[in-house]
Design a protein around this ligand. Structure first.
Ligand code: GAR
Length: 195
């Protein structure tokens, strides 16, 4: 069975659709760990409900990124995780995890990258007045949303569109796209070799 760790900071709707896809049998995988950098985030409650182990931490209690990523790496090694799935994890991944999981960390971002990287991609799209935006799944590298693109799906921005309706439309697309891409990647992967 392929194993993944999901990293999230907030609501966790993408965490939930991945769990739901596994339950429905659409995804042959296991979510071995939720990593969350925001105590109190709703995604933690979801993990509790779903019986998924959690590592919840406060970055400011650590000396630096290498310090907490080393601790995370210890958990991931122990669990023999195949894939790290960032789902609304609002933090750059540092060299500790990037080197250990090269080509095995993916992210979902609410825009058609390379347009509108970074924070508030939906607000950026509305401010730019574009007629199309969307969602992108990409490999993670050291940059901000700069890694190789795996899949994208577009969403139309209607005249006078509100942030809420646009966000809803993008999330609907994300909830189809992410399980599909995770399934494709896991199918093409060998079981994790111990690090
Ligand atoms: C998602 O829309 C995801 O694309 C975005 O955060 C949201 C998390 O929603 N990620 C980024 O903006 C990363 N730069 P969720 O917590 O409901 O899955």
């Amino acid at each position: 069975m392929k194993k993944m760790a999901i990293f999230a900071s907030g609501n966790g709707s993408n965490f939930q659709v991945l769990i739901d896809a596994i339950r429905k049998g659409d995804l042959q995988a296991e979510v071995s760990l939720l990593v969350c950098d925001r105590p109190g985030a709703y995604v933690i409650e979801r993990a509790v409900q779903e019986g998924v182990s959690q590592f919840v931490f406060q970055p400011k209690s650590y000396q630096d990124k290498a310090d907490y990523e080393t601790e995370i790496l210890g958990f991931l090694k122990g669990l023999e995780v195949d894939l790290i799935v960032l789902a609304g994890y609002m933090r750059l991944i540092g060299p500790t995890l990037l080197q250990a999981y090269e080509g095995k960390i993916i992210n979902i971002h609410p825009s058609l990258l390379p347009a509108f990287p970074g924070k508030d991609a939906i607000g950026q799209a509305l401010a730019a007045g574009v007629s199309q935006t969307g969602a992108t799944v990409h490999y993670v590298d050291a940059g901000m949303d700069t890694g190789e693109i795996i899949a994208q799906q577009s969403v139309e921005v209607l005249p006078g569109e509100s942030r809420e309706t646009l966000q809803d439309k993008i999330q609907q697309v994300e909830h189809e796209l992410y399980p599909t891409v995770v399934k494709m990647l896991l199918n093409g992967m060998k079981e994790a070799t111990p690090l």
